[in-house]
Design a protein around this ligand. Structure first.
Ligand code: SAM
Length: 234
């Protein structure tokens, strides 16, 4: 059975993770580094993310709490600094690269860094999350670094870690047809059908999805998905 459905290029789990780790260790801890040289898309990305989440947090039909969020594959905290820390009392950062988390402490600024609950230095494939802990779990531009099984398992862990009415948000590149392999950073880009099959496997329901607009035409399409458990989590 393949580690990533439709992708024959990933045959060893060990080298898939090791090569990604090696790649990120060579990346400068800046916004430009986090965005693969596309720092100019930073503000449009953040604006659209805020617009997507805000009806769930504010206004008459808002049901999602604003106590605690988790930023997954957080890098230096680009999303936490510009968005999540403005919307939640506390944000935890989950990131495998120690140097990025160290940089985050400076990048976030002293006041914001004080509202980071935990800097969790771990791969998403290995992490243990606390039950009933987060209102929102934000996962952006990192799921291509997980095998199908680890991706589905991580989403199951996220479900258990959500508070009542909580949401998992996935913002990710989507390929137009089949899975595409990137040897440079050891990642895959899944198609819409492939990624949604993993949501289904993890027993998650799509509450809302949106295609990110105003991104350069030469990059992958980016979708934002809001997901919640199909069944109430015990
Ligand atoms: C493209 S960057 C995105 C960073 C951040 N989400 C953002 O949008 O600014 C991908 C990040 O995922 C991290 N990463 C890669 N594989 C990971 C894994 N298995 N577990 C946790 N983080 C991972 C990298 O170290 C890097 O910081």
């Amino acid at each position: 059975m393949s580690l990533i459905s439709g992708c024959e290029d990933v045959s060893s789990e060990k080298s898939f993770y090791e090569n990604a780790d090696k790649y990120w260790k060579g990346v400068t801890p800046t916004v430009n580094g986090m965005l693969g040289g596309y720092s100019h898309i930073n503000s449009v990305d953040i604006q659209e993310s805020k617009k997507f989440l805000s009806p769930y947090l504010l206004g008459p039909n808002a049901k999602v709490g604003r106590t605690r969020a988790l930023d997954c594959g957080a890098g230096i905290g680009r999303i936490s600094k510009q968005f999540l820390l403005h919307s939640f009392d506390t944000v935890d950062l989950l990131e495998q690269n120690k140097a990025f988390l160290e940089e985050a402490k400076t990048f976030l600024g002293v006041q914001s860094a004080k509202r980071v609950g935990e800097f969790i230095c771990s791969g998403m494939q290995d992490v243990i999350l606390k039950d009933d802990h987060y209102d929102v779990i934000w996962i952006q531009w990192v799921t291509g670094h997980l095998t199908d099984e680890h991706f589905a398992n991580f989403l199951k862990k996220c479900q258990r870690s959500l508070k009542r009415n909580g949401l998992i948000i996935i913002k990710e590149n989507i390929s137009s047809e089949s899975v595409e392999w990137d040897e440079t950073d050891s990642s895959v880009t899944r198609s819409y059908d492939d990624i949604t099959a993993i949501f289904k496997k993890a027993d998650l329901r799509i509450v809302q999805e949106k295609h990110q607009t105003n991104f350069p035409v030469e990059i992958y399409r980016v979708f934002i998905f809001a997901l919640c458990p199909n069944q109430p989590v015990k």
